[in-house]
Design a protein around this ligand. Structure first.
Ligand code: UDP
Ligand code: MG
Length: 308
């Protein structure tokens, strides 16, 4: 049996070799289960010496493979490329910064042997993370689960061990705007959740800025829910009802009390409010349209510069 380990790397020169060492601490386990492994490092357009470090490993151990992108295409593209290149009967996705502890592998594999198709991990704490980031992350998962049919688990990592069948299912979703946490949930299969305490990254810095994460969460919502589109219709109905009541009110007032309608200030307020709402709805529509536009263009998800 072959196990493919997929490692997306973006400027991880300090971690590549360290990750390899840590993974190889599982050698007794691999031997015991008669598991061959291949390690697919996906270099996501790093500008540091990541590629050189991977090549060094490749020279020493031919189980180490490399896909190098022509530029930074994002982690989602790297995951896809890794899955596509993998040939294993099982595949596992892990971050290069060791936030996904390789020491969990034996436990995860035991569940696969028990008949689960996929073993996912979630961190039960977020210690070491900025408080504001944790706060918004929690809110995002709450909202997401309300407005999307796909189950998206709070604290879920991309660290997953799965069978070939699940990998093929994930690859069959060829969309351009990829949101892995949603895709994993969408494909289904019997999934076991393993929990662990958050581990801080060993070296280097996180590649996610607050703004980057915010945009990513919008992408997730657009990709897995159409609820925002319904907001437009609801607001439209609400404003129609409101306008109707106001018209009645003014009509009755001027008919029975002969009270002239006055006040351009109130007019300005109403016009600003309503045009604001209209622009918001147009924006939501545009958000979906732009994603559709990108899908329709059907551009490749990544471009490979070098492969070993
Ligand atoms: N990563 C990537 N492309 C990117 C950003 C990140 O391949 O554009 C990789 C990165 O090298 C790491 C993993 O994705 O292996 C997780 O990134 P990071 O640790 O920065 O995210 P965090 O753990 O803080 O969410
Ligand atoms: Mg990390």
């Amino acid at each position: 049996m072959l196990l493919s380990v997929i490692v997306p790397c973006f400027n991880e020169e300090e971690n590549v070799a360290y990750f390899y060492e840590e993974l190889m601490k599982n050698k007794p386990f691999f031997d015991e289960k008669k598991l061959d492994i291949e390690i697919i490092y996906v270099d996501d357009g790093s500008v540091d010496e990541t590629v050189r470090e991977i090549k060094k490993l490749n020279q020493a151990d031919d189980r180490v493979k490399l896909i190098s992108f022509s530029r930074n295409f994002g982690k989602e593209a790297a995951i896809y490329a890794g899955f596509k290149k993998s040939t294993g009967d099982y595949a596992v996705m892990m971050d290069a910064d060791l936030q996904d502890p390789p020491s969990l592998l034996p436990e995860m594999f035991a569940y696969i042997e028990q008949g689960y198709d996929s073993v996912a991990t979630r961190r039960v704490s977020r210690k070491g993370e900025p408080a504001i980031r944790s706060f918004f992350a929690r809110k995002f998962y709450k909202l997401m689960n309300k407005i999307s049919k796909t189950d998206i688990v709070d604290g879920a990592r991309d660290y997953r061990l799965m069978t070939r069948q699940v990998v093929d299912a994930i690859l069959s979703l060829g969309e351009y705007n990829r949101f892995s946490k949603g895709i994993f949930g969408w494909v289904g299969f019997k999934t076991k959740w393993v929990e662990y305490e958050n581990v801080e990254r060993v070296k280097g810095e996180t590649k996610w800025s607050f703004w980057g994460l915010f945009m990513y969460s919008i992408e997730g919502i657009i990709a897995f829910s159409t609820a925002p589109l319904a907001i437009a219709s609801c607001l439209g109905v609400l404003f129609c009802v409101l306008a109707f009541i106001l018209i009645l009110f003014i009509l009755i007032r001027s008919l029975f009390w002969e009270d002239p309608t006055s006040g351009w200030q109130s007019m300005v307020c109403i016009i600003s409010l309503v045009s604001g709402v209209q622009l918001l709805c147009l924006g939501i529509l545009g958000e979906y349209l732009s994603k559709t536009y990108l899908e329709v263009k059907n551009r490749p998800k990544y471009l490979v510069k070098e492969e070993l």
